[in-house]
Design a protein around this ligand. Structure first.
Ligand SMILES: [Zn+2]
Ligand SMILES: [Zn+2]
Length: 146
């Protein structure tokens, strides 16, 4: 996604954020290519594109974008914080060799329709309110499989 993409600009304004150059660049980068990038990855990628942003500016804007719920802060396989631009509920598959992290869907609507089952009794947990779920697949990505 180009950093002047109308959807990016609209989204920033809708969330009460001015569409500054840094914010547009960061969002465009993370929307591209299903990225789950660390701060270091983002700095390097922006530099490589010839659009460098200072570390202080980057942190400040990442915080603003997370607060505005335009980005999610997640933990990568290395326990490093990464940023995810996919705001819909989704799950991840992670390469154990290179740390590549991709979004995956589960089931028809990406929703686990069934309640979890108590390990010991085998009963469905009907009396729990479930707020969140985390599933991670781990494996070797096609690039590392060589
Ligand atoms: Zn890999
Ligand atoms: Zn994701």
């Amino acid at each position: 996604m180009n950093s002047n993409h109308p959807e990016l600009l609209k989204n920033l304004e809708k969330h009460g954020l001015r569409a500054t150059r840094a914010r547009r660049l960061i969002l465009a980068l993370l929307n591209e290519d299903n990225g789950h990038l660390s701060v270091e990855d983002i700095i390097q990628a922006l530099r490589a594109k010839g659009t460098p942003v200072s570390i202080a500016t980057l942190y400040q804007n990442l915080n603003a974008l997370v607060d505005a719920e335009l980005l999610k802060r997640i933990k990568g396989p290395d326990n490093l914080v990464r940023y995810d631009a996919n705001l819909a509920p989704h799950f991840h598959i992670i390469c154990k060799k290179c740390g590549r992290m991709q979004d995956v869907k589960i089931g028809r609507n990406n929703v686990l329709a069934d309640r979890p089952v108590d390990y010991q009794t085998g009963n469905k947990l009907l009396d729990w309110d479930i707020h969140d779920i985390k599933i991670e697949y781990k494996g070797t990505c096609p690039y590392c499989k060589g």
